[in-house]
Ligand binder design. Structure first.
Ligand SMILES: N[C@@H](CCC(=O)N[C@@H](CS)C(=O)NCC(=O)O)C(=O)O
Length: 303
């Protein structure tokens, strides 16, 4: 069903008194970080062998502006020029115990007309008890979630829609896949989730260890980018998308109150230039709220 007419339906305003906080029973946050199981892990394939054929107009992405994991799929969709092929909508920025919801700020659910993202999960698995997370990839044809596993979604968008991609961006080039996979695993642990582990550390000692891990990763990345424009060479790949969403939130979120580092991102000369370079590209700059003015200063990395 696609809702295109009528009054948009929105969830009632966030209400922690009536609904509590999102989390208990759903989200298990611990001091350490074990990646939860994201139970919908089907794949889209160009030849349809997985049961989900890459086709224009068939799939929809549910994302959140505030979520770095969801921003990755929005970036990849735009880098590949798939805006007319895969639709995208955003849930509201705030949650109460009902989880992600559709409100006026970010618009209604254009596919199902639901008011809560929970309904998208429930339509796929009745009584679904797990994480109501974004991003979610929805199949209009079968009326169900294909995947809520962000690493698979970006790879499938990057590789399976070549027939409809309107740019020549190759974000996951065959010869570089082993290197990208290795980089991504390291980035996920030491950077993407490393920044969150600092905040969640149970003891001062643990926090110091986690902080050191993030800082040493940023130093290694800074050195790497001194000699090349992007993480794997001259062109943007999946690994750059993975890293950038964390860099973009480093000063304002993860390192707020200097929890991780006494300095800002600008203290890492090459990483800072790289981050600003990517910000100038619409796929990156237009899928996040505007960053502070210094992100628009020249970065000297153009060709
Ligand atoms: N951390 C997830 C990415 C997805 C994620 O954490 N999304 C967040 C928003 S940034 C969310 O929707 N969380 C709700 C939940 O997990 O219950 C992963 O390792 O794949």
């Amino acid at each position: 069903m696609t809702v295109t007419t009528g009054t948009p339906i929105y969830a009632s305003p966030v209400d922690h008194v009536s609904y509590g906080q999102y989390g208990p029973g759903r989200l298990h946050l611990s001091a350490g970080w074990t990646r939860p199981v994201y139970p919908f892990q089907d794949r889209i394939t160009a030849d349809g062998s997985s049961g989900y054929r890459a086709e224009p107009g068939r799939y929809h992405l549910y994302a959140a502006w505030v979520c770095p994991y969801a921003q990755r799929v929005a970036i990849v969709r735009k880098l590949k020029g798939l805006e007319e092929v895969i639709s995208l909508s955003y849930v509201d920025d705030e949650r109460d115990g009902r989880g992600w919801a559709f409100r006026q700020r970010r618009g209604a659910d254009p596919v199902n007309g639901f008011t809560l993202l929970e309904q998208v999960y429930d339509a796929t698995e009745k009584g679904y008890p797990g994480h109501i997370s974004v991003p979610v990839l929805w199949d209009r044809r079968q009326g169900r979630i294909v995947s809520n596993n962000f690493p698979d979604i970006t790879i499938d968008l990057a590789t399976q829609f070549e027939e409809w991609a309107t740019t020549s961006a190759d974000l996951y080039p065959e010869p570089l896949r082993p290197e990208i996979n290795k980089l991504n695993a390291w980035l996920y642990h030491d950077v993407n989730t490393g920044v969150s582990r600092v905040a969640r550390a149970a003891t001062g000692e643990e926090r110091a260890d986690e902080r050191r891990r993030v800082l040493s990763a940023l130093e290694r990345l800074d050195e790497r980018l001194a000699g090349q424009r992007f993480l794997t060479g001259d062109t943007v790949t999946e690994a750059d998308v993975r890293l950038w969403v964390t860099l973009a939130r480093f000063d304002s979120e993860y390192n707020r109150d200097h929890l991780i580092s006494e300095g800002d991102l600008s203290g890492f000369e090459h990483l800072w230039g790289y981050a600003r370079d990517l910000y100038q590209r619409p796929a990156f700059g237009e899928t996040i709220e505007a960053l502070p003015a210094e992100w628009n200063t020249p970065h000297g990395r153009g060709r």
